[in-house]
Design a protein around this ligand. Sequence first.
Ligand code: PTJ
Length: 249
Amino acid sequence: MHADRISIPPEHPRVKSLYTREMLVDGYKRGLVAAEGLIAHGRGEAYDYLIGERTTKTAQRAIKAAAGMLLLSKRPVISVNGNSAVLCPRTLVELAKVTGSAIEVNLFYRTEDREQAIKAELETHGADNVLGVGSRASATIPELQSERRRVDPEGIYSADTVFVPLEDGDRTEALVKMGKRVVTIDLNPMSRTAKAAHITIVDNIIRAMPAIVEAAHEIKGSRSLRKIVDSFDNKKNLRESLKIIRRGM
Ligand code: PTJ
């Protein structure tokens, strides 16, 4: 983060939200975030406002289940786009390490320059084998038209579980059709991604990522991992999240 380029008074009542915006704008200027990513964040902010800009108890349960699912998986992969690379590079890499997941760059607005910039950002934060960049993305997700269809044969293509924070609905549905378990973070519990995923964390990625890392460290090796995952009900989770949003109106 290039704090020298950002001047927000620390006493401003919305300092966290303004700082997050600046991280994205800075990421856009550095060539990591797509211009459309700024718009996507605005939509997320509106939902965050309604859930009270906090990690709800409902989200905490989803966070624990998500950590459990990644830990139980044989070939988990974390899919990284421009927004997530800029907002939480360190915790994405930490999550990969604690859960034994691979990291793959996968972009909706794919350009080679953005792929390389995101790979470099992840490497700066400790990633050592970033998949999916350039010619490595040589496999194709069936029935998917967007650029997200191009994936790494050693990563998402052969994964059993894919973690796709801030994802679009088409790919989530396609991954589920391929028989993969899908975990997402999405502030909108009504999105197609939120509904199609097996575990949806309805929370801001800024708060959710450090919480998943913490949960993964806490429950790693626990004998109740399977129970944590199997007792999670995503439909109930989304219903509860919607209730929270209604109350916030
Ligand atoms: O970097 P690229 O090219 O892969 O593009 C990434 C974006 C995010 C632009 C692309 O995937 C996209 O257009 O996504 P959508 O379809 O707008 O969906 C993004 C979802 O993430 C929406 O449901 C938003 O509400 C949600 N969202 C946005 N910001 C956050 C968020 N959820 C959690 N935390 C956020 N900070």
